[in-house]
Design a protein. Structure first.
Length: 387
């Protein structure tokens, strides 16, 4: 095992710069002396770092603070518009993106229909989306964060497999970074969504969180001890392709009976269509549930039960008390949610299940975009977009 080595001068400089930026971001406007006190860095080091940041336009001086007897100190803060970040959500029906500032405030949004494109055509659609988002933008771009379905090696930005987009071993991060000349971070969309739920939870934030997106696919994102856990191969949370029904339907991954085939949006709408004899989407199914239709209630209960069984396994493995459900399938409402809770609670160890909180996340259409941009900002500047 390799032993840690002494930090290089460059590593020390980067560490100090991030420490100063984070302090200015969280507590600004603030004086250089106060930054020194809060960080433990010398005043000379803080002044040198702030000078560089001023030259780069990352921070700005905003007048003088109250005097404590001598000359009033000049206050400094991060300029939230100094850098912009792109967050992308490569969904199955639309590729969507937003241009956000360093506080996570959206400045522009674009969505383009996928229209069945995959392979190289889907890569070109990513370029089209980015070109539209960046058109006419004046502020420097800090980087691009991408949330995508599939198995993603986030360390290299490589999509190892995305079934619906026909991508395999695609170095999307490298491709986008070279084309646009900025750092690019690629993560699984469920992991990005989990980070967004954690980052923007405010006073309700907990140290450990599981966020499960249930749409056409099913995936979980894990935040453990305040950090996104991606696993040794960046595939942590790929629960949608765990076989749960040995005699089940063929899955897009090539196996049969995966969780996605019994709890995902495609499976649910297929069963609803079979029951009615006409194309029936989630909205129509929810209306039938609210009307008390037994067939609709049975479909929602069955799908929720399958998901609950898988959640029970996560409870037993991780003992995480807060589980948030996201995605279009959550629109099925209390009947579906009750089934999830009931199955999860009855199949996990009682002492663990009694403490579990399973809830539907705050409805938002840009949870993956927000998470992808937050992940990029954290990686590049060491900041959290939440305040």
């Amino acid at each position: 095992m390799a032993l840690p080595t002494k930090a290089t001068h460059r590593q020390t400089r980067v560490h100090n710069e991030r420490l100063v930026v984070r302090t200015l971001y969280d507590f600004g406007p603030i004086s250089r002396a106060e930054v020194s006190r809060l960080t433990g860095l010398t005043r000379t080091t803080v002044s040198d770092v702030v000078a560089v940041l001023l030259d780069d336009g990352v921070v700005r001086e905003v007048g003088r603070g109250p005097s404590s007897g001598g000359k009033a100190p000049i206050l400094v803060e991060v300029d939230h518009e100094a850098r912009l970040v792109v967050g992308l959500d490569l969904g199955e029906e639309h590729f969507a993106g937003s241009l956000v500032n360093l506080r996570g405030e959206i400045r522009r949004s674009v969505a383009l229909p996928v229209g069945g494109r995959d392979g190289e055509g889907a890569v070109q659609l990513v370029f089209d989306l980015l070109d539209q988002l960046l058109e006419g933008s004046a502020a420097p771009l800090l980087g691009i964060g991408i949330g995508t379905p599939g198995l993603v090696d986030s360390r290299t930005g490589t999509i190892r497999q995305a079934v619906n987009l026909d991508w395999r071993d695609l170095p999307l991060g490298q491709i986008v970074s070279e084309r646009y000349g900025v750092p690019t971070n690629v993560a699984n969309d469920s992991q990005a969504a989990a980070l967004a739920e954690y980052t923007y939870a405010g006073e309700g934030r907990v140290p450990n969180l599981i966020a499960i997106r249930v749409g056409r696919g099913v995936g979980a994102g894990l935040v453990l001890r305040g950090a996104l856990f991606q696993g040794d191969g960046s595939g942590a949370g790929e629960i949608g392709h765990i076989v749960v029904d040995d005699g089940g339907a063929l899955c897009r991954c090539g196996r049969t009976g995966c969780l996605e085939t019994v709890a995902g949006m495609r499976a649910i709408e297929s069963r609803a269509t079979e029951a009615t004899g006409t194309p029936t989407d989630l909205a129509a199914l929810r209306a039938a549930i609210d009307a008390g239709e037994p067939w609709a209630i049975e479909i929602a209960t069955r799908a929720g039960g399958w998901l609950g069984r898988s959640i029970a396994a996560l409870i037993g493995a991780l003992d995480v008390e807060r589980i948030v459900l996201l995605g279009p399938v959550t629109d099925l409402g209390p009947v579906w949610l009750d089934a999830v809770r009931r199955e999860a609670g009855s199949r996990a160890l009682g002492q663990l299940a009694d403490r579990i909180q399973i809830s539907v996340g705050t409805p938002t259409t840009n949870v993956v975009i927000r998470g992808a941009s937050a992940l990029l900002v954290a990686r590049e500047l060491g900041l959290s977009l939440a305040r």
